[in-house]
Design a protein around this ligand. Structure first.
Ligand code: ATP
Ligand code: MG
Length: 598
């Protein structure tokens, strides 16, 4: 199944189809609500593909909503990276499905069916500046709705400390205890809440709580917090507020304000669904209510995915940043050369279900190869060079040979390769004493140079330690394509670059960031960071690539023939050279190595 011609089917899409067929909904609006407290990772990509995929298939829109209700951990850098990553992931697929609002527009109270309401709308005017939605744009509305709950006798100001609240909440098998402040009068609650908002009380001294049911078997229904006091500056609203709403209150109302129809989240929110519905019903709202649906989050082998852990890797310098190509972040994968289409293909393959499982990262790598094989231009690059001198080739001569850019896509054309008397080959492609079944260059034997001639190893030059530093060969001048002996059979073909023409690059080889499948599992008492793979990055400072890569845009991915896929980085290497990041090898060598070791 491919993304062009398919409509994936899963339980959420079935629900939506039904809602449309039965007329319960006439249009579909989903949302993707990241908290701007870190970069997006591949798990978020699953949620983005689901929410935007639905908008795309059902002719709806999907809102990007910054879930920015906790000022302490959030930052503008994250807001920017989140938008960049989502747009990149949607390019050529669903970017026209992003619902955006006018810059700076926050919903104002209006009367609908005799009830006060707030409605944030997607802007459809052309030529106006647009931006994503922000939960913090609804602080005024949320405050208003909190007052409404108090007036309805459904919320109260509680003076218990956070610890006391926790303790008195009980556990699933142990009923909660009511707060001594639960039965304050509406007047007293209004007075105290307004004073909370006006900054009269210190952090942690009071909260606003919903008056639900302290004996409910669902602990989330035991008078959850609605507001807490936090004298902290917010990246979007500055110092305007010193009370901030909590997730359960803010999320359902934000969904409502934006007219979200299907609010899709991960399974850990199943237990929150009752309180989601309770708030919306308690507020007696004029428009149709959103509904929450839950699916299993993505877990991937050999990595960690919680933003807290990813932040720790960045802060402790274990990686070079959020976009380090070893990170499971969207920014890291982009820098590594993973095409957006390969992430989407991966999300399509893993599907959407209700049961948690762990996906093998080699499936992701399979999807990356699958896409790059179709699009990446082939070039020759020698990662660990060994010099070869062709003694019977005329000195000073340069020849142009013809090479195919992509055998999977002949419309990508051909290019000229420059050949000369001195070339580099891969150190691995020469053995003085070959192991069995080694069909590359060995003393006295022949090998074919890709797109060029058959050469034969005549002698070697060694350094004082006995290492081969130069190989001397002769060539068969009739053996190039079209020549009389072109069809002569030799067992191996190897890649090469011309010493005179190749361009020096730094090449960075990446391996799994962690040594174990589930580094986050600390049940045996080991710290997750102790599983970091010390060899996850190898830097090759003297690699030579054919000159056709010069001038490519950063981010371009090439297939280095026989070696893998490599993406041009925008950064410069240790000696100022351009840098290639290995995106992925041509085959799954990891799985093979694992089998050998076990
Ligand atoms: P983390 O636990 O990594 O910090 P989070 O769930 O707190 O992630 P949010 O920014 O709140 O991160 O997530 C935004 C949306 O992405 C939410 O709807 C969440 O359910 C979804 N999401 C987060 N992680 C995953 C995952 N691993 N698989 C699928 N969806 C995910
Ligand atoms: Mg979250």
């Amino acid at each position: 199944m491919s993304e062009e011609n398919s409509r994936a089917s899963d339980f959420i899409r079935d629900i939506i189809s039904n809602d449309l067929q039965e007329g319960k909904r006439t249009s579909i609006i989903t949302r993707f609500p990241p908290e701007p407290n870190g970069y997006l990772h591949i798990g978020h990509a699953k949620s983005i593909c689901l929410n935007f995929g639905i908008a795309r298939e059902f002719n709806g829109v999907c809102h990007i909503r910054m879930d920015d209700t906790n000022p302490v951990k959030e930052d503008e850098e994250y807001v920017d990276s989140i938008q960049q990553d989502i747009r990149w992931l949607l390019t050529g697929w669903a970017e026209d499905r992003i619902g955006l609002k006018k810059v700076g527009e926050t919903p104002q109270p209006e009367m609908v069916d005799g009830k006060e309401d707030f409605h944030a709308k997607v802007c459809e005017e052309k030529g106006v500046a647009l931006e994503p939605f922000y939960a913090s744009d609804y602080f005024e509305a949320l405050y208003h709705f909190a007052l409404k709950l108090i007036k309805a006798g459904k919320a109260y100001v509680c003076d218990l400390s956070p610890e006391e609240v926790d303790q008195m909440r009980g556990a699933p098998d142990k009923p909660g205890q009511e707060s001594p402040y639960r039965n304050r009068s509406i007047e007293e609650n209004l007075d105290l809440f307004i004073r909370m908002k006006n900054g009269e009380f210190p952090d942690g001294s009071r909260t606003l709580r919903a008056k639900v049911d302290m004996s409910s078997p669902n602990v989330w229904m035991r008078d959850p917090l609605i507001y807490r006091i936090r004298h902290a500056s917010h990246h979007h609203t500055g110092d305007k507020w010193c009370i901030y709403p909590l997730y359960d209150f803010a999320h359902c109302i934000s969904d409502y304000i934006e007219g979200i129809t299907h609010s899709i989240c991960t399974l850990e929110f199943v237990v929150h669904r009752a309180i989601y519905d309770w708030f919306l019903e308690a507020l007696d709202l004029p428009r149709q209510l959103p509904h929450q649906y839950e699916f299993a989050r993505l877990n991937l082998t050999y990595t960690v995915m919680s933003k807290r852990k990813l932040l720790a890797l960045v802060q402790q310098g274990k990686v070079s940043g959020w976009d380090d190509p070893r990170m499971p972040t969207i920014a890291g994968m982009r820098r590594r050369g993973y095409p957006a289409s390969s992430l989407r293909l991966f999300c399509e393959k893993i599907g959407v279900a209700k049961r948690e499982n762990v996906i093998d990262v080699s499936l992701l790598e399979f999807c990356v190869r699958e896409q790059l094989n179709k699009t990446a231009l082939r070039v020759m690059g020698v990662l660990r060079p060994l010099k070869v001198v062709i003694d019977n080739y005329p000195e000073g001569k340069t020849e142009e040979l013809e090479a195919i850019n992509n055998p999977e896509d002949l419309s990508a054309g051909t290019r000229k390769l420059l050949f000369g008397r001195e070339i580099y080959i891969e150190q691995d492609d020469f053995r003085e004493v070959p192991p069995p079944k080694y069909y590359r260059l060995v003393p006295g034997k022949e090998v074919r140079l890709r797109y060029a001639y058959i050469i034969k190893c005549e002698s070697v030059v060694k350094d004082v330690d006995g290492n081969v530093i130069e190989v001397h060969c002769t060539y068969d001048p009739d053996s190039k394509a079209g020549g009389p002996t072109a069809g002569r059979k030799v067992k191996g073909t190897i890649h090469w670059v011309s010493v005179q023409h190749a361009v020096k690059h730094e090449v960075r080889l990446y391996d799994r960031l962690f040594n174990v499948e589930d580094p986050a599992d600390e049940s045996d008492g080991t710290d997750w960071m102790s599983h970091l793979n010390p060899n996850s990055l190898e830097v090759l400072s003297e690699s030579y690539i054919e000159p056709s890569v010069v001038g490519a845009a950063p981010g371009t991915v090439f297939q280095f023939e026989r070696m893998g896929y490599f993406a041009l980085d925008s950064a410069k290497g240790q000696q100022g050279e351009p840098v290639f990041n290995r995106t992925v090898t041509l085959r799954d060598s990891w799985a093979k190595a694992q089998k050998k070791n076990s």
